[in-house]
Each structure stands twice: as structure tokens, then as C-alpha cells.
Design a protein around this ligand. Structure first.
Ligand SMILES: Nc1ncnc2c1ncn2[C@@H]1O[C@H](COP(=O)(O)OP(=O)(O)OP(=O)(O)O)[C@@H](O)[C@H]1O
Ligand SMILES: [Mg+2]
Length: 256
């Protein structure tokens, strides 16, 4: 694998908050076109790692490269250029509550300061269509949307700048099983059609099974395993055993 195929590369990363180490010596490499699922117990540091991947938080030690370039220390312009190449769906507070659907999706486009309003309008409508929403939904406010629609609008906004890398933190949390299945299908289809590399954090085994080409398990401050799901479930570790057994038993096999 040549270096240019590496989209995300984390090398010997450690994170400490106060006296507590959250990560110790974490390594993770994501290649172009992969859909990597990051799983781990609550508080194991998944969201923290995601924030580090996109430069919102500097690790205590270690290095992160995005698209082969170091994430930190390259100057404002270079960081801005790097930021355009990924989109994020955050775990909480996905949308700006005082902005309409239209203005939420337009936000990253307006930030570019290079597009006129007619172009922004076309792009917003295109993205709405991409996530299978209707033009009339553009006028709604976030409080008027269902949980599933909020996720779709947030996804449209994350895709506004046509990123190569999409990061999703618990994309199906809080959705009922049907909405969750639909959203997973949308992510899978868009991922393929747009040639995206995806990193997703999830607690949901159905989401993971449907999407992940590889699974990284975070536990005991480190990566317990990074492999295909078939290989991961054979790793002897209490978290892995509990996660897959308890999640398995939640829905009987073949229930959907
Ligand atoms: N800025 C911060 N300052 C201090 N501690 C923090 C900070 N951010 C996160 N933490 C702590 O780091 C740990 C990991 O948090 P994180 O949100 O990354 O977990 P998570 O794996 O995403 O959990 P969940 O599955 O519940 O979303 C937690 O104990 C959290 O309280
Ligand atoms: Mg989290």
C-alpha cells in the first residue's frame, strides 16, 4: 500500500486529561475507501479520538496524519484546506437550532466565501436530494424535524463540501430500528457512490455489521484489535465478549 492511499494515520497517540490516561500508544491506519467502525465502552475515549482525528483536540503525545499530511502545526491556511476534505456528524447537537434546514446545509458553503447565493442554493438542493429529503423540507426548522430527518440534514451538511473522508459519531443512536436501518442504507449507498472513506463510532451491532469493512476496538486505553468483524469476535477480552454477546441477544437472529 503506497502512502498516498492512507487517508488517516494515527501513530503512538496518548491522551491524558488531568491525572487520567484515556489513550496509551494508540495506532490506527485507515485506507482510502474503507469503512472503519470504532467501538468501545462508554467513556473509552472514542469521541475524544474522533475530535483528535479532525484537529479539534491535540493529543498529549503522538502524531496524526490526514491524507498523508501532519494534522497539527501546518499553519492556518493549510489546516483550513485540510478541513474541507472531511465532513463530520457529531454525537450530540447535530444542527444549529436557530437556522433552518436550508441555512444549516448552506453554512459550510457560505464559509468558503467564494460561492454566490444562486450557486449555494443549487448545492443545498442537490445535497437535500442526496439524503432523500424534499425541497420543501429546506424551510423547516430543526425543532420541526423527526430524529431521522435531523440525521439526514446533518449528513447533508457534512457532505456539503464534497469531502473524501466522512466521520460519524453514533449516527444511528436514538433512532428506532426502521429509521436506523434506513439511515445505515443511505450511508452505505452514499459511501459507495461518492467514493467516501468512512470512520464511524457505533454501539449498534446492526450498524456495524451493515457498514464496517474493518472494526477497531478501543479498550484499556488501547486498540484491542483492528480487523474484520469475523476476526474481532474471536479476540478473548471481556469487553469484546460482552459487547458482541449482549448486542447479539438484543434482536433475535433474522428479526429484520
Ligand atoms: N475535554 C475533556 N476534559 C476532561 N475529560 C474529558 C474531556 N473530554 C472527554 N473527557 C473524558 O474522557 C473520557 C472519554 O470520553 P469520550 O467522550 O471520548 O468517551 P466515548 O468513548 O465517546 O463515550 P460514549 O460511548 O459514552 O460516547 C471520559 O471519561 C470523559 O469524561
Ligand atoms: Mg462518544
Amino acid at each position: 500500500m503506497s502512502p498516498r492511499d492512507s487517508v488517516l494515520s494515527i501513530n503512538d497517540l496518548s491522551t491524558r486529561f488531568g491525572d487520567t490516561w484515556i489513550h496509551r500508544h494508540v495506532d490506527l491506519d485507515v485506507e482510502r475507501g474503507e469503512m472503519v467502525a470504532l467501538v468501545g465502552g462508554s467513556g473509552s475515549g472514542k469521541t475524544t479520538l474522533l475530535r483528535q482525528m479532525i484537529g479539534l483536540l491535540a493529543p498529549t503525545q503522538g502524531a496524526i496524519r490526514l491524507f498523508g499530511e501532519p494534522l497539527f502545526g501546518g499553519g492556518v491556511e493549510r489546516e483550513r484546506a485540510l478541513r474541507r476534505r472531511f465532513g463530520v456528524l457529531f454525537q450530540h447537537g447535530a444542527l444549529f437550532s436557530s437556522f433552518s434546514v436550508y441555512d444549516n446545509i448552506a453554512f459550510p458553503l457560505r464559509e468558503l466565501r467564494t460561492l454566490d447565493e444562486a450557486m449555494i442554493r443549487d448545492l443545498v438542493m442537490l445535497k437535500l436530494d442526496l439524503v432523500e429529503l424534499l425541497p420543501r423540507h429546506a424551510l423547516l426548522m430543526p425543532a420541526e424535524l423527526s430524529g431521522g430527518m435531523v440525521k439526514r440534514v446533518a449528513l447533508a451538511r457534512a457532505l456539503a463540501l464534497e469531502p473524501e473522508l466522512l466521520l460519524l459519531d453514533e449516527p444511528t443512536a436514538g433512532l428506532d430500528p426502521d429509521r436506523s436501518d434506513n439511515f445505515v442504507r443511505l450511508i452505505r449507498v452514499l459511501g459507495r457512490e461518492l467514493g467516501l472513506t468512512v470512520v464511524l463510532i457505533t454501539h449498534d451491532l446492526d450498524t456495524l455489521t451493515a457498514l464496517a469493512t474493518r472494526v477497531a476496538v478501543l479498550g484499556d486505553q488501547r486498540i484491542l484489535g483492528f480487523a474484520s468483524l469475523d476476526e474481532i469476535i474471536h479476540i478473548e477480552h471481556p469487553f469484546i465478549r460482552n459487547f458482541f454477546l449482549s448486542e447479539r441477544s438484543r434482536r433475535p437472529p433474522g428479526s429484520h
